[in-house]
Design a protein around this ligand. Structure first.
Ligand code: SIN
Length: 482
């Protein structure tokens, strides 16, 4: 990790007038200083992207693929170093950070291959002297706004398809985790990405920087991962120049356990679905619906897993639960638990800050006797808290699970195949983990329904988000043959 970073604009490393410090959420230590970009630097990044737009669109797919493959290889080769940087700025334990680097590289691999398969169509025409040919082209300059909870993977999940499709991209990472983003710029520079195709704009004036891009008609697409509130605002801003919009927004995932489930397997997967990234993921299980017949044993097994998890600085070996990313996140978790307890919830384990000085630590928490009056039944907690709600019928639990404006991920555990299909069809969620607490993978279409977002990332569908469809109606075909 460097102690001083620069911005990457139009293929050059540059400074800004101001700088700010990036801190480790485990102990508050300063990790590095980064430039605080101003709006003129966002404008420069757009200008550079526009200059190179046609050139990049016309490169053969194989050439773009090679660059993505090289970038992926470099990421894997530097896994250890990148993981340490990621853990230091975000907090997640090193083993998870290593996993995220591989997850990030997997999007580059996937789209390096998919980009070679951007096929067109021919369509029977409406007249004998015409032919209709459909082809696809890159949408153009893209803005990618990425979150702090996956500082590497959420960048490559956007960068992979955009670059494979032939779009230049400006990445605006979270100001909490800019170091991983700038390391990705180094990797692409080394992999031979032409100057101007990628810029990384780090800055604290998120609204101002974004506005420049949102108002520029030459930016044709925005892809955002973050809060529903900001996503709605971006959608409104995009309307003025009718940009393509992809949004991966908040979730409020139900995790349903039926009495016929393999209980040990369900508990194991519940721990993954809840505790990955300390619960700070959009797909985190946020409401556990456990059938009344198995509530007691499920709660005890889950609490015993949680009690065994070591909380601490993610860089330390054996740590499984790192700090939350900042004070606001920690305070929100506290507020949710406090409200639940004041309204009758019982703390089976956790329920308070972990006593580790200097960082934003919260103990893995299991609550029972929770009900719909509590904030955590309605809002995403984004922390290591598992509230267990009791249910008694399939119909009732489907209704409860769907009682939210969110629709990102839902999980359910049962051995009944008929029930797997009934739930899959009736739950209003884009991602369904049937006996699976970790459904995310590069080849699957990640994305939500309702207020959880628009569009899909990863998979063959993710590439379509960066492509325009055109057709040629070719006339005058039936001339005389010689
Ligand atoms: C997210 O929480 O936004 C992403 C999680 C994932 O890719 O699994």
């Amino acid at each position: 990790m460097d102690s001083q970073y620069q911005l990457y604009i139009g293929g050059k490393w540059v400074d800004s007038k101001n700088r700010f410090e990036v801190r480790n959420p485990a102990n508050g230590q300063v990790l590095a200083s980064v430039p605080d970009a101003d709006v003129s630097q966002m404008a420069q990044a757009i200008e550079s992207a526009v200059q190179v737009e046609r050139y990049w669109a016309q490169r053969p797919a194989q050439e773009r693929s090679r660059i993505l493959m090289d970038a992926s290889r470099l990421m894997r080769e530097r896994k250890e170093e990148l993981a340490k940087i990621l853990t230091s700025e975000e907090g997640k334990p090193l083993t998870e950070a290593r996993g995220e680097i591989l997850y990030a590289a997997s999007f580059l691999d996937w789209f390096a291959e998919e980009g070679k398969r951007i096929y067109g169509d021919t369509i029977p025409a409406n007249s004998p002297d015409k032919r209709i040919l459909v082809f696809k082209q890159p949408v153009g300059v893209c803005l990618a706004i990425t979150p702090w909870n996956f500082p590497s993977a959420m960048i490559t999940r956007k960068l992979g398809p955009a670059l494979a499709a032939g779009c230049p991209v400006i990445v605006k990472p979270s100001e909490l985790t800019p170091l991983s983003a700038l390391e990705i710029a180094k990797i692409f520079e080394e992999a031979g990405l032409p100057q101007g195709v990628l810029s990384i704009i780090v800055g604290r004036d998120a609204a101002g920087l974004t506005e420049v891009a949102m108002e520029d008609p030459r930016v044709r697409k925005i892809s955002f991962t973050g809060s529903t509130e900001v996503g709605k605002h971006l959608m409104q801003q995009a309307a003025s120049t009718v940009k393509r919009v992809s949004l991966e927004l908040g979730g409020h995932a139900p995790f349903i356990v039926f009495p016929d489930a393999d209980l040990d397997q369900a508990v194991k997967q519940a721990v993954v679905a809840k505790m990955r990234g300390m619960g700070e993921t959009c797909v985190a299980a946020n409401r556990f619906y456990v059938h009344e017949k198995i509530m007691e044993s499920f709660a005890e097994k889950m609490a015993s897993h949680f009690r065994s998890m070591k909380v601490g600085n993610g860089l330390e070996a054996e740590v499984q639960v790192g700090p939350l990313v900042n004070k606001e996140t920690l305070e929100k978790v506290e507020r949710h638990v406090e409200d639940a307890v004041n309204n009758g919830a019982i703390v089976v384990t956790g329920g308070r800050r972990a006593e580790i000085p200097g960082g934003y630590f919260y103990e893995p928490t299991v609550l029972t006797h929770t009900d719909d009056s509590m904030i955590l039944s309605r809002e995403e907690t984004f922390g290591p808290v598992a509230p267990l709600f009791s249910f008694c019928s399939e119909r009732e639990v489907i209704e409860k699970a769907n009682q939210t404006p969110s629709g990102l991920a839902a999980y359910f555990f049962t051995r009944d195949v008929g029930r797997v299909f009934r739930l899959s069809e009736q739950l209003d969620y884009g991602i369904l983990g049937a006996n699976d607490g970790l459904p995310s993978t590069a080849q699957a279409p990640f994305g939500g329904m309702k207020e959880s977002g628009l569009g899909r990332e990863g998979s063959k569908y993710g590439l379509e988000e960066y492509l325009e469809i055109k057709y040629i109606s070719l006339g005058g075909i039936q001339g005389k043959s010689d």
